[in-house]
Each structure stands twice: as structure tokens, then as C-alpha cells.
Write a protein that binds this ligand. Structure first.
Ligand code: FE2
Length: 314
């Protein structure tokens, strides 16, 4: 079962093997060993970051900091300051959590890799954010086939300092729970459809969402996929090739997306209250079966994700 790998690493079982000195995405021996053992939740072995990993963090931070000033939602900028993100050093999750938890109850929790969909959303419901600890390859700074610590900690977590945004994430967890309860009685095709709709909603908001500026002057970014990519953030708000449309739930849940190209279509919410209302509507739609027949297309729903909803306690 997919979630059977979600084993908390107890201190006595922590991997103390060859330090390796490299936590680069895709080639970190520490991560491979954790995955082989089936350990999903792990510790951040800070001493394993190489100088090249630290340099990649510095270069990413330098590339994004100016962009954040220009394009990020003000609450994100406040979050960066409140967390005390260091431009020069990869953060320790324990330091981040010391600042984060008193603000919103959220905490970043290190994981070894992909988290099956239901487990991911259920972590949000419990105010835990599964956080990748590896760093992308320094030779491909803007290429992100999967999350890394810059995407997760610099792209997502500053928003989690805001109680209203944190509540929105918890709502996603509740929506996923509603979907899982319904999945018990549903057929696989319907569950797959509901999951696809949920994933699209998450993508077009938490990952790639745009918002009207609080002062009414234009748009800003709150999605982490935009806030952690120097290419995406400028493209999302400056390119004439991007279609920016007001958020429409029925459109969003039926809209395919591609993960490996710059986003040509983005949805705009009016504010965090609006976003929360839409997540609540999503939950109602899930409960009433209104996502049982969404348009086919991306994202593909993996067997592992599907299974995690069909047997959430497994
Ligand atoms: Fe993300």
C-alpha cells in the first residue's frame, strides 16, 4: 500500500551510513537509502549539504529576491521576513518551524520524496507541510522536474506564516477527506476524476495562482511554482503570451495543464477570502459528486495516488 512507506524514522533507526556530502535532487545517497527502506518522513541531515548545494541556494535566492519585491503578494514578503530566510544558507527546518509554528500552527516536515496524494492533503489538514530537503542541480537552476527545498521552503512556506492562507491549506485537507469518504462507495473512474479536479484546483491556486493586488493596482503572485522560479514569475505577470482570467471553479477543475513548460493560462483570485470560499465550494462539489466527470487530460492520476484515496488508512 502506498502509505505503508510513511514510517516515522525513530532515532534508533536513523541512517548513519556514508555521509556522502551531497543532497542534490536525483543523486543523494541518503535519500535513496531512505526510499529503499520505505521511510517517507525523514530527518534533515544538515551536514550532508555540500558547498555546491549551498551555492545553488545562494544563486537561486539572488535570482528571485528582486523578483519577489516586484511581483510577490505582500503577505509572502512578510513571510520571508518573519521566517528570517537566509539568502546565503539553506535553512534548517527546525529553525523555520521555531518561527512558523507560533504564527499559524504549521510546520515543515522533511520527506524523502513523492507523497501519495491523500497523505499529502491529510498532512495539510494536520498543519504539516511535507518538505523536500534535496536541492536542484546547480547546472539547471530554472529546471524543476520535481520539488526541491528551494521550491518548498522559499516558494511555499513563507505563505504558511499567514493564518488565513494556512486555513486555506487546511481546507484542502478537509476537501480531500470528503473526496476519500465518497471514494469508499464510488467506482475507480469517478474517484480518478475527482482527484484530477482536486489536483487541477491545487495547481492553479497554491502552485500557480495569481491574485489582485490589495491596493487594486494590478496583479501579484501567490503560487509557489511562480515564486520559486525566476523564469515563471516574470513570465506569469509580464508576458503577453499568458492568458490571465478571473478564477472560475468549473473552468479550473476541467482545465488540463503541463508541468514542463511555462504556463500559458493562469487564474486570478480577488484575495485570500475569495480563495478560501472557492476551496469550500470545491469541497461541496466533491461531496455532491460534481467532480465525478471532469474533462479528461492532465494531470494523469497515478495508481498510487488513486489507491491512497481508496484506502486512506492503509
Ligand atoms: Fe509545490
Amino acid at each position: 500500500m502506498p502509505v505503508a512507506g510513511a514510517v516515522e524514522v525513530t532515532p534508533g533507526l536513523v541512517d548513519r551510513g556514508d555521509p556522502g556530502g551531497d543532497l542534490t535532487t536525483g543523486r543523494a545517497a541518503f535519500i535513496e537509502r531512505a526510499q529503499t527502506r520505505g521511510d517517507l518522513f525523514i530527518e534533515q541531515r544538515y551536514e550532508l549539504y555540500s558547498e555546491a548545494n549551498q551555492e545553488t541556494w545562494r544563486r537561486l535566492y539572488r535570482a528571485l529576491a528582486g523578483r519577489w519585491e516586484q511581483h510577490a503578494n505582500p503577505r509572502f514578503l512578510e513571510g520571508v521576513a518573519r521566517l528570517g530566510l537566509d539568502p546565503d544558507r539553506i535553512p534548517r527546518l527546525s529553525d523555520i518551524n521555531r518561527f512558523l509554528q507560533p504564527l499559524s500552527g504549521f510546520r515543515a516536515r522533511a520527506v524523502s520524496g513523492y507523497v501519495p496524494a491523500y497523505l499529502f492533503f491529510d498532512c495539510l489538514r494536520r498543519r504539516e507541510f511535507p518538505t523536500t530537503i534535496t536541492v536542484r542541480d546547480g547546472g539547471r537552476l530554472d529546471y524543476l522536474p520535481e520539488p526541491d527545498i528551494f521550491h518548498d521552503l522559499a516558494g511555499h512556506v513563507p505563505m504558511h506564516t499567514d493564518p488565513a492562507f494556512a486555513d486555506v491549506l487546511v481546507r484542502f485537507g478537509e476537501a480531500a477527506r470528503t473526496a476519500a469518504m465518497r471514494a469508499r462507495n464510488g467506482d475507480c473512474r469517478r474517484v480518478e476524476s475527482a482527484l484530477r479536479g482536486l489536483a487541477r484546483f491545487f495547481w492553479f491556486t497554491i502552485e500557480f495562482g495569481l491574485m489582485r493586488r490589495p491596493d487594486g493596482n494590478g496583479l501579484c503572485a501567490y503560487g509557489s511554482g511562480l515564486l520559486s522560479s525566476a523564469g515563471e514569475i516574470g513570465h506569469s505577470l509580464e508576458s503577453p503570451d499568458v492568458q490571465r482570467v478571473p478564477f472560475q471553479l468549473d473552468w479550473v477543475v476541467n482545465q488540463s495543464f503541463e508541468i514542463d513548460s511555462l504556463q500559458p493560462l493562469l487564474f486570478v483570485v480577488d484575495g485570500f477570502d475569495h480563495l478560501e470560499r472557492e476551496v469550500m465550494r470545491l469541497e461541496r462539489w466533491l461531496g455532491r459528486g460534481r467532480l465525478d466527470n471532469v474533462a479528461p487530460g492532465e494531470p494523469e492520476v497515478s495508481r498510487e495516488d488513486l489507491q491512497s484515496f481508496l484506502e486512506p488508512g492503509a
